[in-house]
Design a protein around this ligand. Structure first.
Ligand code: ZN
Length: 368
């Protein structure tokens, strides 16, 4: 069982902020679906405030921000906006806030350019032969691309489409230090959930702002997408944990979803063991007979998935398969039927396997 400790049992009311440490304030912005909200943070500097992540690009989010500007910043401006990564719930209001205060946007380079590329949606892999090949090889039905296209067309109203980005940025890199209000905030870059995800760690406060890299309850989506069909994101995600394991055990983690918590190392242990368990279950499945990626979804997820959840779930299944291929435990062949078949090849699997003793499949992939 999880040994995490949560110092607060509920989120601040929308439009208000709550101090979690001297000069560090917590606020939330609404999101649809089971996630319900995203956590954002304000850091107090000598001349104003830094904003860490910004919420979805919806009118109601902008309205709430304007309430916060008016009532929660003690009449002082925003002096910088930091986006941990390029997902729409993190960057949705970056343009509005940086325009309002004429302040810089801070992001890592991969995240900034990926956000800009996706917001133009030119050359989208999901609507081309690249997407077609990716999904067909995974065993998806021929009309799946049409289902996805319909889903994309409905997304704009939920704020989950990619917003327009500020025209320039200040680059963050791993180990950079931002001096904010007398505290040194070190950038710790993780990967796997997104390409170059920035977390912020202040040793003077023992606080880690973890974005979506480390979450206490849900597991961040770690997926292979048609844009880079041979990527190995689970490998780099697990490797990123080495860095976060060096953070002091009594650090307060401020995540982008769920509640702030203590217990970063316990959480990392849980996450690693969860993914190792999923990979072993996949190996056992692919030892009985070669399988296509789609057949592995019930091994990982228990509920019916809509087209978008299906895309995330498939991406996660393929991420697990690619790490297993890297470890020489699974072999992939492109058969005459045009499908990728995955087969377990590790002679040691019999000794390692315990098919009756796995974590139950989880409810569904989380769309963060
Ligand atoms: Zn994310």
């Amino acid at each position: 069982m999880s040994e995490l400790r949560y110092p607060w049992d509920k989120h601040p009311t929308a439009g208000t902020t709550q101090e979690v440490a001297p000069g560090v304030r917590w606020l939330t912005m609404p999101m649809g679906g089971s996630l319900n909200h995203i956590n954002l943070y304000l850091l107090e500097d000598t001349n104003g405030w830094w904003v860490v992540d910004t919420g979805l690009g919806l009118p109601q989010t902008e309205t709430l921000w304007r309430e916060i500007f008016a009532s929660e910043l003690a009449g002082r401006p925003v002096v910088g906006v930091i986006c941990t990564h390029m997902h729409p719930d993190h960057i949705g209001q970056a343009l509005m806030i940086t325009d309002e205060f004429r302040c810089p946007l801070y992001m890592t380079r991969s995240e900034y350019y990926q956000a800009r590329a996706f917001s133009s949606m030119s050359g989208s892999s999901h609507s081309s032969w690249l997407g077609q090949a990716f999904f067909q090889r995974a065993g998806m039905p021929a009309d799946y691309m049409e289902q996805l296209a319909l889903m994309w067309s409905k997304r704009a109203s939920t704020g989950m489409s990619m917003p327009q980005m500020p025209g320039g940025f200040t680059r963050l890199q791993d180990n950079d230090v931002l001096n904010i209000g007398g505290n040194e905030w070190r950038i710790v870059v993780g990967s796997g959930h997104s390409p170059e995800h920035a977390c912020l760690f202040a040793s003077s406060l023992k606080i880690l702002i973890s974005g979506d890299q480390v979450l206490p309850i849900i597991t961040s989506n770690v997926s292979v997408h048609p844009t880079e069909p041979n990527a190995n994101p689970l490998k780099v995600w697990l490797e990123s944990h080495d860095k976060f394991n060096q953070i002091p055990a009594d650090t307060l983690v401020l995540p982008a979803h769920n509640l702030p918590f203590y217990g970063v190392r316990e959480r990392l242990r849980e996450l690693i063991s969860h993914h190792e368990d999923r990979m072993l279950a996949i190996e056992e499945h692919c030892a009985q007979a070669p399988a296509v990626a789609k057949e592995l979804l019930p091994v990982l997820f228990k509920r019916e998935l809509d087209p978008r959840q299906m895309m995330m779930a498939l991406g996660e299944a393929i991420a697990h398969l690619h790490l297993l291929m890297h470890r020489n435990r699974i072999e992939r062949t492109l058969n005459e039927d045009g499908l990728y078949h995955f087969r377990s090849i590790d002679p040691d699997l019999k000794r390692r396997s315990h098919p009756l003793d796995h974590d139950a499949p989880i409810d569904g992939p989380v769309l963060v």
